[in-house]
Design a protein around this ligand. Structure first.
Ligand SMILES: [Zn+2]
Ligand SMILES: [Zn+2]
Length: 266
């Protein structure tokens, strides 16, 4: 039996609290077997660095701190060197080179932007009302499929994040979802169960049970993450997530070592 939180942030992204060690310490305190440190990636030319670390901070702070903690906590908890990447069309070559230059255990691929709209940012939520919600969902799942097919990521992050503020499509999405997750399966990527949706206006985990049943149908591997932006949220609501893993994932989650995936029982 093993519980791992593969989605955590820290102060370096400037919209989370706490040092990396405080996240690790909380994971130890609640008895997790493994924690993945997966802060938001830098982007080309330090784009959007007000909500993410710069390349300089990645090299001088993030990497050395992860390595130091791995040594310090050896025997107490397994610490994985991860990253939450961003999928944005046009940045693939940069991301490929950036990711290849470090010995990550895993890289999450997340869609946080539709063109230049940071649709999950509360500051820009009004834009949902300026567009057709079905078009927003259509474009979002197109980006999810592209993020799987680009070959840069090991895990699809919060794969229905577009629902964060409670906006729902008015059309049936089932065909789009099947098309999308067939591609995810084809490229052999894992999908995370991310409990942070429970703490957001939508009040529902990412992904929904409807999507989890599709993932189960295609036998897509699952990972588990809290998306903690404060140390106390590490492992948050994992009891609920474990129920979903039993129901839709044969009781197994995936863990990674140097970007090699294996399955363990939760
Ligand atoms: Zn964040
Ligand atoms: Zn994210």
């Amino acid at each position: 039996m093993m519980l791992a939180d593969y989605h955590t942030h820290n102060y370096l992204c400037k919209h989370a609290d706490g040092t990396l060690e405080e996240y690790v310490q909380h994971a130890v305190n609640i008895g997790l077997n493994e924690i993945g440190l997966s802060d938001h990636t830098p982007m080309p030319d330090n784009w959007d660095s007000e909500v993410r670390m710069t390349e300089q901070q990645f090299r001088s702070e993030y990497v050395p701190m992860v390595k130091e903690l791995q040594e310090k906590y050896r025997g107490a908890i397994s610490i994985k060197f991860g990253l939450e990447g961003d999928f944005m069309p046009g940045t693939e070559a940069w991301v490929k080179a950036f990711n290849a230059a470090s010995d990550f255990d895993y890289v999450i691929g997340s869609v946080h932007y539709l063109d230049d709209w940071g649709f999950d940012n509360p500051l820009f939520v009004a834009k949902y009302d300026e567009k057709d919600v079905n078009d927003i969902y259509g474009l979002y799942y197109q980006r999810i499929a592209q993020s799987a097919a680009c070959g840069l990521f090991d895990i699809i992050g919060h794969c229905d994040l577009v629902k964060k503020f409670g906006h729902r499509p008015t059309k049936e999405m089932v065909d789009v979802l099947h098309e999308t997750f067939k591609i995810v399966k084809q490229y052999d990527i894992a999908v995370e169960i991310n409990t942070s949706g429970l703490r957001k206006p939508v009040k529902e985990m990412y992904p929904s049970e409807k999507i989890l049943s599709i993932l189960s149908e295609y036998n897509i591997p699952l990972t588990l993450g809290s998306d903690a932006h404060t140390p106390a949220d590490v492992g948050r609501d994992f009891d609920i997530a474990k129920g979903f893993i039993q129901k839709y994932g044969r009781g197994k989650i995936s863990v990674f070592n140097k970007r090699q995936r294996s399955e363990v029982n939760v």
